[in-house]
Write a protein that binds this ligand. Structure first.
Ligand code: NAD
Ligand code: UDP
Length: 319
């Protein structure tokens, strides 16, 4: 069934892949983004479709669009970006989610809310099931993002309880793939850019902290399937349980990029979680999902896209 779907944050990394998938599935897509961390080039190929519209708007300001479904992703996601203006980050999470929930209430649209594994903070339970309440420093440098998202979750479940708004709360774990910004400071984009340029790979701390990296196509598939599922307002972890140390990620990217860059060790940022791995049994039980793309395959695809992007930019700078 063709639907009219709003994707907030649709010009960002995950959002642009989601817009693409929704168009492929035959829907009409309204992409709302203020291009804070997103880019026009992520969606320029979609603008040719008569079923795609782009609206430049800040979700923290009021808006109204007639839609049947909403995917709410608007929020800077990388520590570099969300820590630069922490007040703005909380405002986007809280006011932006409130505005989006009001729209869902007015239109009766089902709403996917992009939450994060960061709601678990530096977890004392491993792997993390949805029933774990987390271990977050409420006054640390990550608090603007972590607590902002925790508040967004609380808002969403309150709208579900009080007004019957249909929410799908997805806790997204570290996701990577083509179209990550080269300079957004995240681990895969940093190491890939550094390996391709022959620069040292900057491992923070001793590199023994872990992350579980999910390829973006797998994540988008999970989000779309979750949205089709008839369920209640329970949060669901969305991520790949293949856990890797940061040093292993550096070595793997260096190998796959055919690079001879050295690894250099830099101070660990404050409150950097020690380990992170999703328990995805709820997603499996609810909508039969598990990721298909392993780390090597996903990194190969990512490195190939970064490499061709760099080549294009060198051929026509500023395009
Ligand atoms: P991204 O920074 O590439 O995308 C975010 C998008 O939101 C950008 O296009 C940005 O311009 C837009 N945006 C930011 N503030 C806005 C505002 N006020 N109004 C309108 N648009 C705004 O990040 P991403 O990795 O694609 O993340 C998308 C969502 O997924 C975010 O909500 C993030 O918190 C969540 N998430 C991502 C990851 C990950 O590993 N990538 C992990 C957990 C959660
Ligand atoms: N990291 C690193 N070098 C970098 C960028 C990140 O060692 O150049 C580490 C970072 O300290 C963290 C992990 O990689 O332990 C993942 O960082 P990212 O910013 O991608 O995501 P998050 O910390 O939000 O999970």
């Amino acid at each position: 069934m063709r639907r009219r779907v709003l994707v907030t944050g649709g010009a960002g990394f995950i959002g642009s892949h989601l817009c693409e998938r929704l168009l492929d599935d035959g829907h009409e897509v309204v992409c709302m983004d203020n291009l804070f961390t997103g880019q026009r080039r992520n969606i320029s190929h979609l603008l040719e479709s008569p079923r795609f519209e782009f609206t430049r708007h800040d979700v923290a300001e009021p808006f109204h669009v007639e839609v049947d479904q909403i995917y709410h992703l608007a929020c800077p996601a990388s520590p570099t970006h969300y820590q630069r203006n922490p007040v703005r980050t909380i405002r986007i999470s809280v006011q932006g989610t409130l505005n989006t929930l009001e729209l869902a209430r007015e239109t009766g649209a089902r709403l996917f809310v992009a939450s994060t594994s960061e709601v678990y903070g530096d977890p004392e339970v491993h792997p993390q099931p949805e029933g774990y309440w987390g271990h977050v420093n409420p006054v640390g440098i990550r608090a603007c993002y972590d607590e902002g998202k925790r508040c967004a979750e609380a808002l969403a479940v309150s709208f579900a309880r009080q007004y019957g708004v249909e929410i799908r709360l997805g806790r997204i774990f570290n996701t990577y793939g083509p179209r990550m910004q080269e300079n957004d400071g995240r681990v895969v984009s940093n190491f890939t850019v550094q390996a391709l340029r022959g620069e040292p790979l900057t491992v923070y701390g001793d590199g023994s902290q872990t992350r579980s990296l999910c390829y973006v196509d797998d994540l988008v598939d999970a989000i779309v399937r979750f949205m089709r599922t008839e369920t209640d307002a329970e949060p669901v972890n969305l991520g790949n349980p293949q856990e890797t140390t940061v040093e292993q990620i550096a070595r793997e990217i260096r190998r796959l990029a055919g690079s001879s860059s050295e690894l250099v060790f830099r101070p660990l940022p404050e409150d950097d979680p020690t380990r992170r791995r999703p328990d995805i049994s709820r997603a499996g039980a609810l909508f039969g999902w598990e990721p298909k793309i392993d780390l090597e395959d996903g990194l190969r695809r990512t490195i190939a896209e970064f490499s061709s992007r760099t080549a294009r930019e060198e051929a026509s700078p500023g395009a």
